[in-house]
Design a protein around this ligand. Structure first.
Ligand code: FES
Ligand SMILES: [Fe+2]
Length: 394
């Protein structure tokens, strides 16, 4: 249980909010690489509660700047991209990717007025088929090269979904391994001992133990099955689940979250290396009907394993009231995650880098055990063919 104040502190993502300031110490995906093209060089994005325009100028530079023009507020989504940046469609104020105003064309000849204008702009990088933004204090850290993103043995693909709730439910779910055997009981796991005894317990009795321990980049979740199978996959702090790939939860605002899945498979023998700039983006099916409706008007497509999770997160509420929850023994991973989150928010408040921030551009690939996990855990035959196709189960 949290107090109302603690719940606010851990959930709110805006600038100045404690969790918002923590999240601004990490790179956030804002779009897939395919979402900018010569035909569509600008894109509106909302991330961490800020309205921004992602654009690619005619020199190939990619920028992320505040949506409303510094002059009189027209949207830069309609700006004209040029060699030097993006020119507001209304009066032509021209901005480069750093937010410098290079020209105010309606000012008198020789005016230096444009030098007094500085527009909000954030660094952008392209990596694993996504554009990433860094919205915290400079200098920006590195985008960590986790094995799931950097290991050459893996082949990747991307799916993107919008979830209509706060980011923290998704992360708490990643520290809640007990739900797998109940919520997802119809899908089964590699460790099934047969059909669920009943629908209340699901496959709970297949599990011998659940443990959690901190690692340099987050928290490892360890599930040992009665048949000896070991399932270890971590939460990469603060907003990523490493599973069969990574599920990156990028807050749109306090009550919406963009869910980027970069799923991975082991390369087949002789399969050529993947072009980092051309990672396939798989269209995702709506997880509820109507797709844009909220609970209780929406019905979740419960035959889909991922939708089962999204049902659980969204129906907890836009931001759940954690003053009335009843945590039990099986929630100790959730409790640990909240403790770590509180601790790391305090580190940011003390001016330190929080957990998992990487500053060495030449750092070694970070081993989250994904390759071994794929070979040992996912590689074994599953009970049902459809499970082998599902890369997103948490
Ligand atoms: S509102 Fe953008 S140039 Fe005037
Ligand atoms: Fe799940």
């Amino acid at each position: 249980m949290l107090t109302k104040e603690e719940n606010e502190r851990l959930t709110r993502v805006g600038r100045g909010a404690p969790a918002g300031e923590l999240l601004r110490r990490y790179w956030m995906p804002v779009a897939t690489a395919r979402e900018l093209s010569d035909e569509n060089p600008t894109r509106f994005v909302r991330v961490l509660g800020e309205d921004l325009i992602l654009f690619r100028d005619k020199s190939g530079n990619v920028g992320l700047i505040a949506d409303h023009c510094a002059h009189r507020g027209a949207s830069l989504l309609y700006g004209r991209v040029e060699e030097r940046g993006i020119a507001c469609a209304y009066h032509g104020w021209l901005y480069d990717t750093a937010g410098n105003c290079l020209e105010c064309p309606a000012e008198p000849a020789g005016s230096m007025f444009h030098l007094t204008v500085k527009h909000k702009a954030y660094p952008v990088r392209a990596f694993v088929g996504l554009y990433w933004a860094y919205m915290g204090p400079l200098p920006a850290p590195e985008i960590p090269r986790y094995d799931a993103w950097a290991d050459k043995e893996l082949r990747r693909r991307i799916t993107v979904r919008r979830i209509d709730c706060n980011w923290l439910q998704a992360m708490e779910n990643s520290m809640d391994p007990a739900h797998l055997q109940i919520l997802h009981q119809d899908a089964g796991t590699n460790a099934d001992t047969g059909q669920p005894r009943d629908t209340t317990r699901g496959r709970t009795d297949d599990v011998a133990s659940l443990e959690f321990y901190e690692v340099p980049y987050g928290i490892m979740k360890k599930r040992v099955y009665r048949n000896g199978l070991l399932d270890e996959h971590p939460l990469i702090f603060p907003n990523i689940l490493r599973h069969q790939g990574t599920q990156i939860r990028a807050p749109i605002d306090d009550t919406h979250t963009m869910h980027y899945t970069v799923s991975v498979q082991l390369a087949r023998d002789g399969e050529p290396e993947q072009d980092e700039d051309d990672i396939p983006v798989v269209e995702s099916k709506p997880h509820k009907v109507p797709a844009d409706a909220l609970y209780p008007d929406a019905r979740f497509t419960m035959a889909d394993v991922a939708a089962q999770d999204y049902m659980a997160w969204e129906t907890q509420g836009a931001i759940p009231d954690r003053t009335v929850e009843r945590l039990a023994t099986s929630d100790r991973g959730v409790v640990l995650f909240r403790q770590v989150l509180k601790r790391e928010i305090e580190r940011v408040e003390q001016g330190q880098d929080p957990l998992g921030v990487v500053r060495d551009p030449d750092h070694a690939v970070i081993d989250t055990k994904v390759v071994g996990w794929l070979k040992e855990y996912v590689g074994r035959p599953r009970n049902r063919a459809e499970d082998r196709r599902d890369p997103v189960r948490a």
